[in-house]
Design a protein around this ligand. Structure first.
Ligand code: NAD
Ligand code: DAU
Length: 334
């Protein structure tokens, strides 16, 4: 692989992926295709040599066709990614997540480009709060929100293009990521930056919901493994298999880590998310068994400490957007 196209490479996971590729695959030429929506930030790629940013839309067929023809492989991160936004304004989710993925697949079909599609555990819906059941690659799709429904649709398109047209594609479905460069609309960075700006952290509902947290670098090492050694046509679940924690527990960890001595920061309960998924849990044993992948971040508290430090020392990256993000949440009682 000499030339790699990364869609959504100015977003959270994509930018961390580009950084990983630059650090570990110095001979690969990296191009990023990113529309720079509210969630994209060219600054997330600052200081990287040999990375070209093409500002454009994955639903632009002419542009995508040219870039696919000039690339050996595409890793597809670009998406509208926030559930709360999809409840308010779902149209962009259909356009980007479904039509954008279709546009990429058509280009890949013409050029034979290797394609890796980055998806989410949310396509499987949710699990009951109690019980040890986990999502496997065989779990039936049952998405709950407009966001997860459009991601499920894009996964189905990829499988159909593999089977019908022989497109050389793989898919990965990963659980909740955390780490540097995550947009401050998301749970963990929202609470960290609330505290850093003197605002009260906000927990939806009772906070009983469970997410299966994984550090973004562990997710991205898995994506690279699948791209380089995965079996074309296959799907891989990605998850760190860590002790389960509720949102309330994660909130309390953050409030303790950022508190004053023994005094944790106080937080408040706000309106719950409509249709809120209860519990996610990934069975990633296939990835571990077949590709030898294992997570390196196995202590959530340590990972949170490092993430808090990143936001503390990178205010210039997030501060300008904080007020507008919070105004949007306040308008919805959150
Ligand atoms: P993000 O919102 O931080 O970044 C998305 C990027 O895509 C942004 O840079 C944005 O500008 C770009 N983009 C949006 N629409 C575009 C378009 N039409 N054309 C080109 N670029 C466009 O998202 P993220 O959290 O980094 O997620 C990346 C991918 O990983 C998504 O496909 C998401 O579904 C998936 N995923 C995310 C998580 C998570 O916890 N964040 C977990 C599993 C899977
Ligand atoms: O599971 C993978 C998914 O994880 C990805 O596909 C999505 O792109 C990503 O956004 C994430 O979805 P969630 O909806 O789980 O993440 P979010 O950070 O929005 O919320 C995590 C949990 O925290 C969720 O149960 C809602 C809750 N929450 C969220 C916010 C923003 C709060 O309690 N307070 C908040 O302020």
């Amino acid at each position: 692989m000499k030339s790699l196209l990364v869609t959504g490479g100015a977003g959270f996971i994509g930018a961390n992926f580009v950084r990983l590729v630059r650090a570990t695959r110095p001979d690969v030429r990296v191009r990023v295709l990113d529309k720079l929506t509210y969630a994209g930030n060219a600054e997330s790629l600052a200081g990287l040599d040999g990375v070209e940013l093409v500002v454009g839309d994955i639903a632009d067929a002419d542009l995508v066709d040219r870039l696919a023809g000039e690339s050996d492989a595409i890793v597809h991160f670009a998406a509208e990614s926030h559930n709360d936004n999809s409840l308010r304004a779902p149209e962009a989710f259909v356009t980007t997540n479904v039509v954008g993925t279709f546009t990429l697949l058509e280009a890949v079909r013409r050029h034979g480009t290797r394609f890796h599609h980055v998806s989410t555990d949310e396509v499987f819906g949710d699990l009951p709060l109690s019980g040890g059941e986990k999502f496997t690659e065989q779990t039936a799709y049952a998405p709950s929100s407009p966001y997860s429904a459009t991601k499920a649709g894009s996964d189905h398109l990829v499988r159909a293009w593999v089977r019908s047209f022989g497109v050389p594609a793989t898919i990965s479905n990963c659980s909740n990521n955390y780490g540097p460069y995550q947009h401050i609309e998301k749970f963990i960075p929202r609470q960290i930056t609330n505290i850093l700006t003197g605002r009260t952290p906000k927990l939806y509902g009772t906070g009983a919901q469970i997410r299966d947290w994984i550090h973004v670098d562990d997710h991205n090492r898995a994506v690279l493994d699948i791209l380089e050694r995965g079996v074309v046509g296959k799907t891989y679940n990605i998850g760190a298999d860590q002790p389960e924690v509720t949102n309330k527990q994660v909130m309390e960890m953050i409030c303790t880590l950022m508190g004053d001595g023994d005094e944790p920061v106080a937080y408040e309960h706000v309106a719950d998310r409509p249709g809120h998924d209860q519990r996610y849990a990934m069975d990633a044993s296939k990835l571990r068994r077949e590709l030898g992948w294992a997570p390196r971040y196995t202590d959530l508290e340590e990972g949170l400490r490092a993430t808090i430090e990143w936001y503390r020392t990178h205010r210039e990256w997030w501060l300008a957007s904080k007020e507008a993000v919070e105004e949007g949440y306040a308008a919805r009682g959150q």
